[in-house]
Ligand binder design. Structure first.
Ligand code: GLC
Length: 747
């Protein structure tokens, strides 16, 4: 397809490279980020993930000789040759990534007899290896590992697995090698002894990424349509790559502080009485809680933006009552609008032509979701997003403070939406095949903008489906997991990879959504989730009640201990989210992010770091009361008993049922608050500093935790130094009411 490299032309930060059969544009975005666009579909493609033009002025050199072009920035050199062969090298000339010369080795398909035989026993055959419309093959190093890719199941290191990007509603058990779940985040970090680099494939069509499953010689990216639109990112360390990726696709804005607290939910709190009862029990059991969330049960026949006044009391009453006890209201909103003449959302949408259309009849396209026949708002259009955003007014007027967006893959019960259902991206008419993976993204955007306008606060939006860049608008949860130990085990690699992929505010359904949990599983789950930035117990209809008190006093006490611990660490978590706006680094981090050369961390799936200074080793198997913990280099102090350990070794740690091993890195200062029943119960006027050693250092960020005034400078940024038993405080920025007291606690 490409043929010989014929010539090239440079203008501004672009190099237009002409091949015999194809044009390629190389865009130098920064010294470290290079975009390679093969416009198989559209030359002027406007990214959805990347808003605005991220490129900065860069000095780069372009040289060419026969069949070769070399583009050299201060950090990376891209050499292009005939047949679109390419190599990215760093300043020392080390190859970071190169194209693979050979062809894919696709296994022959099975004979009909073999298929019949397999099916006879009930084997489900996957589609197997097939060529894709668009393909890009890269050389695979023997020691290469892969991190990122969003919410994919399985382990931290994605090497040896093959995935798809096609947002999918999967209520069945999420097993270790699912091709796709709810989110599409085509970003991956490659790491090996010689090289660290990042790749972002900005294409929203159904795409494929094989991390060395098909071959040990190459890995590949494929897509059904669209462009090859690849951003290559160079960096010394994984952290640099994350910084570059989030520079491109954006960083999660600071959330309201309360949203980071504990939330309780169930699909199947059938009435206001149920909600009141749960709220009362939360307070009676002294388990801190911010919201008892409203799942679809609160609506009138699942019509979005309605309220069932029969079962859920007259509008606003329940919300106002619970607010007196510190509960904030958060409700679910799905995209599917019930087909129902006389229902305002349906009528307004029809009148203004806001819904997607059937390609054949040009009528409004209908499928089925909870309310029965439903239609799909065309969220790619700005006017539809505005309408949707404004539609939250009724709920906000009732006191709603947070919105949970679900079923936005989009889910459909009567078979998948055909690829050619008509949608838009802004004014451009397109179809479902392009819009599918960004449907949740646009819905989150609509919700965020609407809630921001209506409340003036930092919106809490939680979404199930998303694309790269949705982190600017929404927090996420990992969808319909189940009450099984393998899903508790998956919590760490899944949330760590989501964090690396730009989503620092994320969580799992604590206890498991589907299936019946049990006392030990729930106990270990709340422990493992202690540092989750979206911290919610949620369970599906038809399963046993999952609030902790249903499992007796011991479970309730341990549960409380960890929810309180989460509240103790809130300022540390909030600090990390502040830092994330500068660095893009997540709160929950795999050890490999900070100990890249330590092979013990390369695929460490049952430990995680919180920031750089807290190491957590959750117990993720039943019956385990001691666990092996790997401590990387440094000195680590057991949070529970102050025992000190030299890192670089595996240790055996007691982990009775009420204990999850937690270690704090020596030399750090961890800001902490007294636990409260909910954020806002009392003013946070005392800051506790947990100091770990004789010479410690730390930062701390403080603001009102609610609105956007911090952007006008209304915040404090402290730096703390603790030496010779004395604390020195420096205010690097002062713009907010200071603490009455800052107290040192030694570990
Ligand atoms: C989906 C969601 C789940 C929710 C349910 C009912 O399964 O993933 O969280 O409870 O729908 O709204």
């Amino acid at each position: 397809m490409f043929g010989k490299l014929v010539n090239y032309a440079v203008s501004d930060n672009e190099v237009a490279v002409t091949y015999e059969g194809q044009q390629v544009t190389v865009k130098v975005i920064t010294d470290e980020i290079i975009r390679v666009l093969v416009p198989l579909w559209k030359k002027d493609y406007e990214s959805i993930a990347i808003e605005g033009d991220p490129s900065v002025p860069v000095d780069f050199e372009v040289t060419g000789s026969e069949g070769t072009v070399e583009i050299k920035t201060g950090a990376v050199t891209l050499t292009l040759k005939d047949d679109f062969q390419f190599v990215f090298t760093n300043c020392e000339g080390t190859t970071l990534l190169s194209s693979y010369k050979g062809k894919r080795a696709i296994k022959p398909t099975l004979s009909d007899t073999a298929v019949k035989l397999l099916e006879a026993e009930g084997h489900v055959l996957d589609e197997g290896q097939k060529p894709h419309e668009i393909e890009l093959l890269f050389n695979l190093r023997e020691d290469e590992r892969f991190y990122g890719l969003g919410d994919k199941t399985g382990f931290l290191n994605k090497r040896g697995y093959s995935y798809e990007n096609w947002n999918s509603d999967i209520p069945q058990l999420h097993h270790e090698n699912m091709p796709a779940l709810y989110k599409s985040i085509p970003f991956v970090i490659g790491a090996s002894a010689d090289a660290t680099y990042g790749l972002f494939f900005d294409n929203t069509f159904h795409s494929y990424i094989d991390m060395g499953c098909e071959s040990t010689e190459y890995f590949f990216y494929g897509a059904d349509d669209g462009n090859i639109d690849m951003y290559f990112m160079a960096g010394e360390a994984m952290a640099d790559i994350i910084e570059h990726y989030t520079y491109l696709t954006g960083r999660a804005p600071l959330p309201q502080l309360w949203t980071l607290g504990y939330h309780q939910c169930r699909w199947g709190y059938e009435s206001a009485t149920d909600i009141r009862d749960i709220a009362t029990k939360m307070r009676e059991n002294k388990i801190p809680c911010e919201s008892v969330q409203y799942d679809i049960d609160y609506m009138e026949v699942y019509r979005v933006f309605t309220w069932d006044e029969t079962n859920y009391e007259p509008k606003g009453q329940l919300i106002a009552d619970l607010a007196k006890d510190g509960f904030k209201a958060v409700c679910i909103i799905d995209p599917g609008v019930k087909v129902d003449k006389g229902y305002f959302m349906y009528d307004q949408g029809v009148e203004n032509d806001y819904f997607a259309h059937d390609p054949e009849t040009d009528e409004i396209y209908v499928n089925e979701v909870w309310p029965g026949d439903s239609v799909y708002p065309d969220f790619g259009r700005a006017d539809v997003r505005d309408w949707w955003g404004d539609s939250h007014k009724k709920l906000v007027d009732m006191g709603m403070q947070g919105i949970w967006n679900d079923m936005n893959e989009p889910a459909s019960f009567r078979g998948p939406l055909p690829d050619d259902v008509k949608f838009h991206i802004e004014d451009r008419l397109t179809d479902h095949s392009e819009v599918h993976n960004v449907y949740g993204h646009f819905m989150s955007m609509a919700t965020y903008e609407g809630m921001k306008k209506l409340t003036g606060k930092r919106p809490l939006v939680i979404t199930r489906a998303c694309y790269s860049g949705t982190q600017k608008y929404s927090a996420i949860w990992t969808g319909d997991n189940q009450s099984v130990w393998s899903h508790l085990r998956m919590l760490t690699p899944q949330l760590c990879n989501l964090g690396i992929s730009g989503f620092p505010i994320a969580g799992t359904d604590i206890g498991g959504f589907g299936g019946n949990t049990n006392p030990e599983l729930l106990t270990r789950w709340i422990q493992a989730a202690t540092f989750s930035t979206f911290f919610r117990n949620h369970c599906a209809k038809g399963h046993i009640m999952q609030e902790p008190w249903n499992f007796g006093e011991q479970v309730t006490n341990i549960y409380r201990k960890y929810v309180e611990l989460h509240y103790r660490f809130l300022p540390y978590i909030y600090d990390l989210l502040f830092e994330c706006q500068i660095t893009g680094l997540p709160v929950m981090r795999p050890l490999v992010l900070h100990y890249e050369d330590d092979e013990n961390t390369f695929n460490l799936n049952d430990e995680y770091l919180v920031g750089e200074n807290i190491l957590v080793a959750p117990v993720v198997d039943p019956g385990v009361r001691k666990r092996m913990v790997y401590l990387p280099v440094g000195t680590w102090i057991n949070y529970w008993n102050g025992a000190r350990f030299t890192g670089g070794q595996h240790i055996l740690v007691d982990s009775p049922i009420d204990t999850m091993p937690i270690f704090i890195k020596e030399g750090s200062i961890i800001p902490m608050y007294e636990p409260v029943q909910y954020v806002g119960e009392k003013p946070y006027d005392t800051l506790e500093l947990l100091v770990t050693g004789d010479s410690c250092f730390g930062y701390h960020y403080q603001d009102n935790g609610e609105d956007f005034e911090y952007l006008q400078g209304q915040y404090n940024l402290y730096s703390f130094t603790y030496e010779n038993e004395k604390l020195e405080t420096e205010l690097l920025h002062e713009g907010y009411k200071r603490y009455n007291e800052i107290r040192v606690v030694k570990l």
